[in-house]
Write a protein of this length. Structure first.
Length: 160
């Protein structure tokens, strides 16, 4: 699958035409890593966002002074998914750490500065992207609320 074909499957790029996808494609840098590798760290300056091509990414809340654990996974990114959106939203710091959770992860890395320039030049591309991003963020927030409610229910059941 070409990068352009892949981009047509990315959740935040739905509704963009081939010409708009081609503009975004020129900013993508392919990268890969292996299982357990950390790609971004919570608290670091967010200069890039990422589209997952192959593999699985765990977004984790790493506890200070402790080893990272899959138990701290708050969200899982599947192919076509995005992470690192904090690069586009001030104050531009990653809020979670990202780890490769498959044998190998292949992804596209995009400079937020380049995307912002593109969005200033092509407002429709920026609008569609940010509208779709709001949906993704909202869905993740709802999933987090559901998980917290589930955990609270378990705490009540076990009187913790």
């Amino acid at each position: 699958m070409s990068n352009l074909e892949f981009l047509s499957t990315v959740e935040v790029l739905q509704g963009l035409d081939k010409a708009q996808l081609a503009k975004i494609e020129q900013y993508g840098q392919s990268a890969w890593c292996t299982q357990g590798n950390r790609i971004t760290a919570a608290g670091d300056k967010a200069d890039y966002l990422f589209f997952l091509v192959r593999g699985r990414i765990d977004l984790r809340y790493d506890l200070p002074g402790r080893e990272s654990s899959r138990d701290n996974t708050l969200s899982v990114i599947e192919p076509g998914g995005i992470w690192g959106w904090s690069a586009l939203v001030p104050p531009n710091f990653y809020t979670l750490s990202s780890y490769c959770a498959a044998e190998e992860c292949v992804y596209l890395r995009l400079s937020a500065a380049d995307l912002k320039k593109l969005f200033e030049q092509d407002a429709r591309t920026g609008y569609v992207f940010m509208k779709n991003l709001a949906v993704v963020v909202g869905r993740r927030f709802s999933a987090l609320q559901d998980e917290l409610a589930r955990l609270d229910g378990l705490d009540n059941i076990h009187n913790w």
